[in-house]
Design a binder for this molecule. Structure first.
Ligand code: ZN
Length: 234
């Protein structure tokens, strides 16, 4: 499960995580996937428990058939997850980790590099129907109007929002939040049951699982489910 070490091309051998942490400066440019030796791997901190681990560098893919390949969570699979209390709990925990990672002060910095925000992929294990642990991932993305992300894939979004106004669509049980026009924050579509917890003109730190959706002639960033949203008033 996951990556317990890396492959060094220079030395033509594998090393474990402990070695990676202790020799990070010397090997960070010579660390590759142990399964297929193609993508580079990097050192990162687990967002929930701050334990260092090894993760694939996001831009380069594994070779086909690599045993260490993770699966991206699709919208259809996300609906499945919600039926399992264990998996729901695990993802909620992940969101709390992302929240703490971004909004809590005094984070320690260690020997691992700070990774560019856009390259963070949250990887986690879930139980599937056949009782096996499968590794999945979701990209983490700061909320913005960045056109690159106008697709309907799920992501973990996070950021600061200020609610300027809203429109309620009672029939659909949804509300469009209009955020500050001067900022880069898109308008957000939320479930009605979340709306009751929020107030206009207030600002919030928020982390949620969402995607872009077409709704009522507009494109919005949608918070999929109140259970997969952590929000706190600033
Ligand atoms: Zn691989």
């Amino acid at each position: 499960m996951g990556m317990i070490g890396f492959y060094s091309k220079k030395d033509n051998r594998e090393y474990d995580l402990k070695f990676f942490i202790e020799n990070y400066r010397n090997y960070k440019n010579d660390a590759y996937c142990m399964g297929c030796r193609k993508p580079r791997v990097i050192g990162v901190f687990n967002v929930i428990n701050r334990i260092p681990h090894i993760r694939k560098e996001p831009r380069i893919l594994h070779r086909q058939g690599c045993p260490l390949k993770n699966k991206r969570i699709s919208i259809k699979f996300f609906q499945e997850i919600k039926k399992s209390p264990e998996n729901t709990e695990r993802i909620k925990q992940l969101l709390v980790g992302v929240f703490n990672d971004n909004f809590l002060p005094n984070r320690e910095n260690d020997e691992f590099d700070i990774i560019n925000d856009n390259t963070i992929f949250e990887v986690f294990s879930l139980q599937n129907k056949t009782e096996h642990q499968v590794r999945y991932y979701l990209p983490r993305k700061k909320i913005s109007m960045n056109k690159k992300y106008i697709d309907d894939e799920l992501r973990i979004f996070y950021g600061e929002i200020t609610i300027n106004s809203y429109t309620k669509y009672d029939k659909d049980q949804k509300v469009v939040l209009r955020t500050n026009r001067d900022s880069n924050i898109p308008n957000i579509l939320i479930p009605l049951n979340l709306f009751f917890k929020l107030k206009v003109k207030e600002s919030y730190n928020i982390v949620f699982i969402g995607s872009n959706v077409h709704f009522n002639h507009g494109v919005y960033l949608e918070i999929k489910d109140i259970n997969f949203c952590k929000i706190e008033k600033i």
